[in-house]
Design a binder for this molecule. Structure first.
Ligand code: F0G
Length: 354
């Protein structure tokens, strides 16, 4: 039985026997070969690390199992975080499992409905604020310093330790042959965690070479790419609508040490990549997640990749969290229940090759 990432990767995690582990059996997500998109691009072998299949539907569970286990071990009665949605869902779920309180600060009206529904049902105390993620993070950091509640944003070092397991899994699944790793960048924790995870595996001689790290921000929220704080970040990919990432320096180090890059993609490119993933590979992701593929497509068009290299796109969150990008009223027509009409549609769609 799969019992979550702490048990699986216990050699890398400093959890002592008898120490409480709060797990929702996160991790063990599939690495899906994307043959159809690889054929369209023509240069690379593309793989999709589908993190939308974690228990709360995003990669955040990997960090939250560590952070909440350590909080409980330390006797904490409550956790707190700022979030663009997924962290709040994960924090709320793990707090529910552990039987402790969870406070989440979210930018009002700027998080996807699915994520909000999760946090509400998991029973978190939700505090929408009239500000963006960066404002909310500033406040929770200050409050956590007083020691009453434990901060579980990625500035909590246990979060990134847990998220390193994503890199371990990708190496295990591809038998160490990861040439490039592409990942969306928001608060810049995950790219930092993956890079640290690859370095752990390299130091343990489980892989003999390190991948090149490729990070992608949304054009309207691209502080690392442009090397300036964005005071009013804006993008359809609300999960990465962040103007002043907490792990900025670590992400720059990952980029430079791996001889990679951090670039930006437009909202249009993100939506096109999201559609391509769904329509060509059957994988539904939320917009922020599609930034990793949008970036790979952009680089592929420029001839950036060496031929036949393995490129892994981390698809950070499940598409079901944020279905607002489609409007059935606009895309669909309603028919009467007449069998002739339905048959006519099928014949028209299949055309002469039936
Ligand atoms: N993709 C998704 C789906 C996310 O939810 C996030 C971050 C990222 C990518 C970026 O990862 O911040 O480690 O660079 N979401 C955070 C949240 C900020 O509050 O849920 P990052």
């Amino acid at each position: 039985m799969w019992n979550g990432i702490i048990e699986k990767y216990k050699d890398f995690y400093d959890i002592k026997d008898g120490e409480a582990v709060v797990t929702l059996n996160e991790g063990n997500t599939p690495l899906i070969p994307a043959e159809n998109i690889s054929n369209i691009l023509g240069d690379i072998k593309l793989y999709l690390k589908y993190e939308g299949l974690n228990t709360t539907g995003s990669f955040k569970d990997r960090g939250m199992t560590m952070a909440v286990s350590k909080a409980v071990e330390a006797g904490s009665r409550a956790i707190i975080c700022a979030s663009t949605g997924n962290t709040s869902a994960a924090a709320a779920a793990y707090a529910a499992k552990a039987g402790i309180k969870c406070f989440v600060l979210i930018p009002n009206n700027k998080i996807a409905l699915g994520k909000l529904a999760q946090a509400i049902l998991y029973g978190a105390e939700i505090i929408p604020v009239d500000g963006n993620f960066d404002d909310a993070l500033r406040i929770v950091r200050e409050i956590a310093e007083e020691g009453k509640v434990t901060l579980v944003n990625s500035v909590n070092p246990y979060r990134l330790l847990g998220q390193r397991s994503g890199a371990y899994e990708v190496c295990d699944q591809l038998e160490g042959k990861v040439d490039y790793l592409s990942i969306p960048v928001g608060n810049a924790g995950n790219i930092s965690a993956y890079w640290a995870g690859f370095k752990d595996y390299y130091a343990a001689k489980k892989i003999d070479k390190l991948p090149v790290m490729l990070g992608f921000q949304a054009e309207g929220a691209a502080p690392i790419v442009e090397n300036r704080v964005f005071d009013e970040p804006e993008t359809i990919a609300t999960a990465i609508r962040i103007g002043n990432p907490a792990s900025w320096d670590k992400a720059v180090a990952a980029r430079d040490e791996s001889k990679g890059l951090i670039d930006k993609v437009t909202d249009d490119e993100i939506l096109q990549a999201q559609k391509l993933l769904a329509s060509k590979e059957g994988v539904f992701v939320e917009p922020a997640s599609a930034a990793s593929l949008a970036g790979v497509i952009k680089l592929s068009k420029k001839g950036y990749f060496e031929k036949d290299k393995n490129v892994v796109c981390v698809l950070t969150g499940n598409g079901l969290k944020d279905p607002s990008v489609v409007s059935p009223e606009k895309e669909l027509k309603v028919y009467s229940v007449k069998i002739e009409d339905i048959k006519a549609i099928i014949d028209k769609t299949l055309g002469s090759d039936q």
